[in-house]
Design a protein around this ligand. Structure first.
Ligand SMILES: [Zn+2]
Length: 283
């Protein structure tokens, strides 16, 4: 589990080793608003425990200096150690993910129904409510978190290659614009673990899905044994086409789920694969 804490939000990228029973998340069709007695109290406990063990060392701070967005957040975050670092979670909202372009914003009006009724279908969530974790579950698909520091709003997105090419990133941004007035130039993006170009092999027929994009050569690498797709870069280029600044996209948590065995991978483990949770919660 990686927990990224700032004075304004907390970002959590889980992995297969967290023991948080991700299969339980998939099977749970509804869950109580109160975290106690739900699978999510384990998550809140794990986040708190993780943070107590992980006060940033000078070595870690040095390694993050390449990532200006993260460095800025870490520096701000270091101002608020101790009590503020405890988990902010009061509740968690997940969706029944269907590789679609739809999603919704969590508000005071729909919070109860979203946390007590069977999960709504969709692939992104946004909110400006503090304490309400919004999450997606992935194996090799790309999870990404958006934060709008001007309007203090967040989103979480589940982007497989198809949803990504259909523009789910831009769609989520539009939803944040409609609900909160978010401008793309203000958006901060954190890309989580996904299948990366080292391992993500595709067939020749995959190229037809990319033919409308001018930058196709940047996202496909041809090696002796086939074609390999750069999912995170493709996603970033699409976000930049939507107006997001390249310097506002962080790859610090973007590890490869296929060759790093600490992550769940559908391509590696097929039906036996688990799912990992990516979550953002506002203060
Ligand atoms: Zn890999």
């Amino acid at each position: 589990m990686k927990v990224h804490t700032t004075p304004r939000f907390q970002l959590v990228f889980c992995d297969a080793n967290d023991g948080l029973f991700p299969a339980g998340y998939l099977e749970t069709s509804f869950y109580p608003l109160d975290l106690k007695s739900s699978p999510y109290d384990l998550l809140a406990q794990a986040i708190s425990a993780h943070q107590e063990q992980n006060v940033p060392s000078s070595e870690q701070q040095t390694s993050t200096q390449k990532d200006s967005l993260l460095q800025e957040s870490v520096q701000h975050g270091s101002l608020s150690q101790t009590p503020a670092q405890l988990s902010l979670l009061k509740s968690v909202v997940l969706l029944k993910q269907i590789h679609s372009m739809q999603g919704l914003c969590v508000t005071n009006d729909n919070l109860i129904s979203l946390t007590t009724a069977p999960r709504h279908e969709g692939d992104f969530l946004c909110t400006s409510l503090p304490g309400i974790g919004i999450g997606v579950l992935t194996a090799d698909c790309l999870p990404m978190a958006f934060y709008d520091p001007v309007n203090h709003a967040a989103a979480i997105v589940h982007a497989g290659w198809r949803g990504m090419l259909d523009g789910i990133g831009a769609q989520t941004l539009q939803s944040m614009r409609d609900s909160f007035g978010t401008r793309p130039e203000d958006l901060q993006v954190f890309i989580g673990p996904c299948a990366k170009q080292c391992c993500y092999q595709v067939g020749e027929d995959f190229l037809q899905h990319l033919k409308s994009f001018s930058w196709v050569d940047k996202v496909i690498e041809r090696r002796e044994n086939g074609l390999f797709f750069n999912l995170p870069l493709c996603n970033s280029l699409l976000l930049q086409d939507a107006g997001v600044r390249s310097t506002s996209i962080s790859y610090t948590y973007n590890e490869c789920t296929i060759c790093n065995f600490s992550f769940c991978s559908y391509r590696r483990d097929a039906a036996a694969s688990c799912r990992q949770l990516a979550l953002i919660v506002l203060r």
